[in-house]
Design a protein around this ligand. Structure first.
Ligand code: CU
Length: 126
């Protein structure tokens, strides 16, 4: 029941529309295309988080805040070469294709018959 046609009423309705629109934008999932996700190495020799589910086109940034060197080595071809993360450094990768990308630090993990133990991580791109 809208009875206010005056200047005040219009303004109030516009304000309400803006609030509703803002709510819709905030409600968009965090996995929408183009989002940035962060993973960091821990001093317990883990990737945190060690498993990510992201949308195609998302960027993942890996940081190494520890005092040790780590490598970011994909064992199913996400990267063309090993990336060495020296203490305090970071790197990133934009995932343009769907798939499961497994990676590990070759210094702090072992890979035996496809099974990684230690500093292992996974990115699932949908
Ligand atoms: Cu490591």
């Amino acid at each position: 029941m809208e009875q206010t046609i005056g200047r005040r009423g219009l303004t109030a309705r516009r304000f309400l529309s803006a609030v509703v629109l803002a709510g819709v934008l905030v409600a968009l999932p965090a996995t929408s295309e183009g989002a940035t996700f962060r993973v960091h190495a821990t001093s317990e020799r883990e990737w945190k988080p060690d498993s990510l589910h992201i949308a195609k086109g998302s960027k993942v940034v890996w940081k190494n805040p520890t005092g040790s060197k780590h490598t970011l080595t994909a064992y199913k071809g996400a990267w063309h070469k090993d990336v060495t993360l020296s203490p305090g450094s970071r790197t990133h990768f934009v995932f343009k294709k769907r798939g499961t990308y497994k990676y590990r630090c070759t210094i702090h993990s072992t890979l035996s018959q496809g099974v990684c133990s230690g500093m292992c991580g996974k990115v699932q791109v949908n």
